[in-house]
Write a protein that binds this ligand. Structure first.
Ligand SMILES: C[S@@+](CC[C@H](N)C(=O)[O-])C[C@H]1O[C@@H](n2cnc3c(N)ncnc32)[C@H](O)[C@@H]1O
Length: 268
């Protein structure tokens, strides 16, 4: 498969997932429509006050988090590869009368797709890096979308998680695959395991060293990096909730990192 075919395969998978996600309990659009935000304390605390700031959300899916930042006062742009997700994001923004712009594009093409526009904040979270084969190109694209002094906020599942097989019984994949594609076929999606949707996907594993080095080489300054032994999402097998909103796998408890979060700033 060529790189273009990897991206096409993933676009089809995310197009198929989108209608399932829109109706899922996981994304709980009814609560969102009634005014609930979809952002978690990790990113809310890290990103801080966004009032009046311009914010680009890379890999925004159908825009729930993007629109949540808008409700908090940011001037938002969401970007995603999936045309179905972008269509749904635009419809949701219109329905809720939230001012937002949504752009259909590959993250790698973000600077060109946005006409070189730059932002105070670039935000991207939970399930984003694994669709991109090369962190150097990702970091360059994200950095190019930042204003001088602007900050990239990444909150992501910990790469160690993706080294495991689906049942978390053994290490099945490289912790850092160095661009090697992992092609999988599955039925159901993380937001609805029983959905009849069939997905073929192409993923990539990137270790934290690779992610951070790419950001430094793109000229950003790392201001913060934390690894968390819990996830705000109950998406891995057999999890239990400790404090509200803190999920851990029963078999690993606090011994396995599940999420990492970093902030990296473009110089002035
Ligand atoms: C797990 S979602 C992340 C979103 C967010 N955490 C959420 O749950 O709404 C991943 C998103 O990345 C998008 N995506 C995958 N590959 C992409 C690429 N190369 N460029 C832009 N978006 C991409 C998918 O279409 C999908 O909407």
């Amino acid at each position: 498969m060529t790189e273009a075919e990897w991206f096409d395969t993933n676009r089809r998978a995310w197009n198929a997932r989108t209608p399932v996600h829109l109706g899922s309990k996981f994304y709980d659009l009814a609560a969102f429509r009634a005014g609930a935000g979809s952002l978690n304390p990790i990113e809310l605390e890290q990103v801080g006050d966004v009032r009046g700031k311009t914010l680009l959300h890379l890999q925004c899916h159908f825009g729930q988090d993007t629109l949540s930042w808008a409700r908090l006062g940011a001037r938002v742009t969401g970007l995603d590869l999936s045309d179905e997700a972008i269509k749904a994001a635009r419809a949701l923004a219109a329905e809720l009368s939230i001012d937002a712009r949504f752009v259909e594009a590959n993250t790698y093409d973000a600077p060109a797709a946005l006409g070189g526009e730059t932002f105070d904040v670039v935000f991207t979270s939970y399930g984003v890096l694994g669709w991109l084969p090369d962190m150097t190109r990702w970091a360059r694209a994200a950095a190019a979308c930042l204003k001088p002094g602007g900050v990239l906020h990444l909150v992501e599942f910990h790469p160690l998680v993706w080294a495991f097989d689906d049942a978390f019984e053994h290490i099945a994949y490289a912790y850092d695959g160095k661009g090697e594609p992992i092609i999988t076929e599955q039925t159901g999606t993380y937001a609805d395991r029983d959905a009849s949707v069939k997905l073929r996907e192409v993923g990539f594993n990137h270790g934290i060293g690779t992610v951070v080095t790419a950001l430094l080489e793109a000229g950003l300054t790392l201001e913060r990096l934390q690894e968390l032994d819990w996830s705000p999402y109950d998406i891995f097998p057999d999890m239990e909730e400790g404090p509200p909103g803190h999920f851990r796998m029963k078999k690993f408890g606090r011994r396995l990192p599940l999420v990492f979060a970093l902030a990296a700033r473009r110089g002035r």
